[in-house]
Design a binder for this molecule. Structure first.
Ligand code: HEM
Length: 318
């Protein structure tokens, strides 16, 4: 009898754990029906004003999910108790942008449903919506929700988990695998480098020989970037010179032509299977794969009510 009760209790616990851990499309349909529309509205206005913040938000989603899971830990500001949050880690500061759009979306959502919608879900919706607008509505997908916001945010974890631009293919695959993503996800998600910008400091090591960057692109970039960029002199350039603000498959054409900024982009040609994927996406049909991979990215190490909260303000824990 005791054994039976123990098994029953264990089953209930497992069910609760898996239910809490499972994200759901339409999670806010009952809890806050306007939530997704409100976020889309704010993001649409922001992206129309400045497409660059859309790129920033897509990158923010990646940087949030790879460090402590998709839990809005990237949004937390420094405090006396935690002076070095993720936001100040080298991959994020000063380059990560779009924070004010998330703030605006959160305060608009709080007006209609106070204390209901997590900042982590707002980032996931906002990244989906930025992709929608920047792709001319070609990237459209439903994203499961129900993430809770984390309370831990540490700058030194950013370098441990976010791959730097000089990684080779083996290293990139390793860092994606550590987060449950595979080599296909790596190739598909790298396509986000079809939008946005980079600071010169992220690629100046590739501007002088030996380098496999297209010499014509290297010449253009040498004219725009100082030889030794630093905090006070670090200009930005667009990642995709052909269609800089459009989320399209141009990135893969750029990879094939060696017109990309980072070793990590060029590395996709360094194995026959990844090179074949690049060639296929360069011919077309990337958008659906990207949508699927964004949903997968959004499932990384999601927090529940047991280890998270619904923040009232995205920049500070409750
Ligand atoms: C595969 C490994 C990746 C590496 C090594 C990498 C590295 C970088 C670097 C160095 C920058 C430029 C930052 C700067 O100097 O301003 C950048 C920009 C960007 N990355 Fe990645 N990235 C990777 C994957 C991703 C993924 C998976 C996404 C999203 C799904 C993404 C989205 C972006 C976007 C949109 C920008 C432009 C941001 C802006 O304009 O503000 N990246 N990335």
């Amino acid at each position: 009898m005791a054994a039976r009760v123990a098994i029953w209790v264990a089953c209930v616990l497992v069910m609760v754990a898996t239910c809490q851990g499972r994200l759901r499309v339409g999670y806010y349909h009952r809890k806050c029906p306007p939530a997704e529309y409100v976020v889309r509205d704010v993001v649409g206005k922001a992206v129309r004003q400045n497409p660059g913040v859309g790129a920033g938000i897509v990158r923010m989603f990646f940087h949030d999910c790879f460090v402590q899971g998709c839990d809005a830990s990237v949004l937390l500001d420094p405090t006396p108790a935690n002076p070095q949050p993720e936001k100040l880690g080298p991959p994020n500061f000063p380059s990560l942008r779009g924070f004010e759009v998330i703030d605006a979306a959160k305060s608009a959502v709080e007006k209609v449903c106070p204390g209901v919608v997590s900042c982590a879900d707002i980032i996931a919706f906002a990244a989906r919506d930025a992709s929608f607008f920047l792709s001319g509505h070609r990237i459209r997908y439903k994203i499961p929700a129900g993430r809770f916001d984390g309370r831990v945010s540490l700058a030194n974890e950013t370098l441990a988990f976010l791959p730097p631009p000089f990684f080779n293919l083996t290293q990139l695959v390793g860092s994606f695998q550590a987060k449950g993503l595979d080599v296909d996800d790596l190739v598909v998600l790298s396509g986000a480098h079809t939008i946005g910008r980079s600071h010169c400091s992220s690629f100046t090591d590739r501007l002088s020989p030996p380098s496999d960057m297209n010499p014509a692109l290297a010449t253009v970039l040498r004219a725009k970037c100082p030889a030794n960029p630093n905090f006070t002199n670090d200009p930005t350039v667009v990642q995709d010179v052909v269609t800089p603000d459009a989320m399209d498959n141009q990135y893969y054409k750029n990879v094939l032509a060696k017109n990309v900024l980072f070793d990590s982009d060029a590395a996709l040609l360094s194995s026959p299977p990844t090179a074949a994927k690049v060639a296929a996406f360069a011919r077309g049909k990337w958008e659906r794969s990207f949508a699927r991979a964004m949903v997968k990215l959004g499932g990384i190490e999601v927090k529940t009510a047991a280890n998270g909260e619904i923040r009232r303000m995205c920049r500070i824990v409750n």
